[in-house]
Design a protein around this ligand. Structure first.
Ligand code: DP6
Length: 339
């Protein structure tokens, strides 16, 4: 019997991935860039065991058995096995996968990113494959390729029609900007109305704004935010982060029928952030929203206490130690080292 356990963290995009040029290979229309959180708070944990005595493949997510006939899961497994040493004795044994997230699944909190990064890391360890595994994690969920690395990570869309250069790369480790923090404001932890996968497919089919964003806006934003990160220029970093979140949700509204992910509370958070930044006469905090109403706030540690007290005042917290997560630091070392 062989057994491996891995953990992998969530990543929060500041330049969003939205739209595929190839659904099966999970090739994006544009580059994206994110910060990977530390594994202390929001992460996925996967244990895979294999034994010649296992009669069928099994997959559990958060304690509930799932069908193994999941195309994305099978694609990842196939690709890892293809790269494995074909003489490994356990290569053809059945496997049992047990995954869990310590945060709401599919509530727009990047659970599939952490989940597939974790699954692929565990498979890679089980079948002893080496080298970059982000292209494999990408086949599970696009954003998962960025969770394979720690710190600041860019997913380069690549040019090859087969996707081998559609990979993630670390542009700076978390230690480069150790003051950076992320606050997650859980507005609603229910499953989202429509998945990112179906939402972005509909955007590709119907939104003209998406095409403009992918070709004309994102390339220059990637360049500008990379510079802001390298120079630790929070003012510029925050401006671009907020603009990109707003444009991503504008694309969602330009989709027909529209994908409405933000709710009234999300918009109220946007207003509070702008009021705070206006009062401070500079960008001290930046919001970004994925495919759900929950807010991610990027800010420096010097601002955390004050911003939290403003948030607590405007939105008195529900006393819930699980739902209200504070001040998650970016990881101090590359996630690959932690797996
Ligand atoms: C809004 O990676 O979940 O979070 O590739 O279809 O699985 P699939 O989509 P997914 O989309 C994430 C979209 C996003 C933006 C981002 O993380 O870049």
């Amino acid at each position: 019997m062989q057994k491996v356990t891995c953990i992998a963290p969530v990543n929060i995009a500041v330049i969003k991935y939205w739209g595929k040029s190839d659904e099966d290979l999970v090739l994006p229309l544009n580059d994206s860039l994110s910060g990977t959180l530390s594994t202390d708070f929001m992460c996925a944990k996967t244990t895979i065991s294999t034994s010649p005595a296992l009669e069928v493949n099994k997959f559990w997510l958060n304690g509930i058995e799932q069908s193994f006939e999941n195309e994305r899961l099978l694609n990842c497994l196939k690709e890892v096995k293809r790269r494995a040493n074909q003489t490994l004795p356990h290569l053809n044994w059945n496997i049992s996968i047990c995954s869990e997230n310590n945060f709401p699944t599919a509530a727009g909190l990047a659970s599939s990113a952490a989940g597939y990064a974790c699954l692929v890391s565990a498979l890679a360890a089980l079948y002893e494959i080496e080298g970059d595994i982000s292209a494999i994690a990408r086949r599970g969920s696009g954003s998962a390729c960025r969770s394979v690395y720690g710190g600041w990570v860019q997913w380069c869309k690549g040019a090859s029609p087969t996707g081998e250069d559609s990979i993630a790369k670390q542009i700076a480790p978390a230690s480069h900007w150790p003051q950076m923090r992320v606050l997650i404001l859980v507005v609603n932890d229910e499953r989202k109305k429509y998945s990112s996968t179906s939402g972005m497919k509909r955007s590709v089919e119907t939104s003209e704004l998406l095409q403009y964003r992918a070709t004309k806006i994102v390339p220059q934003r990637i360049e500008a935010i990379t510079k802001a990160i390298i120079n630790k220029d929070f003012q510029a970093f925050a401006q671009i982060t907020m603009e990109d979140s707003n444009q991503f949700h504008a694309v969602c509204l330009d989709t027909f029928p529209p994908c409405v992910y933000m709710n009234d509370t999300s918009h109220a958070i946007v207003d509070v952030v702008h009021a705070y930044n206006d009062f401070k006469k500079s960008n001290k905090v930046a919001y970004t929203f994925d495919a759900g109403p929950n807010a991610c706030l990027y800010l420096l540690d010097s601002e955390v206490e004050e911003v939290l007290s403003v948030i607590d005042y405007v939105f008195p917290p529900v006393v819930n130690s699980e739902g209200y997560l504070k001040g998650i630091p970016l990881s101090k070392k590359a996630i690959t080292e932690e797996l």
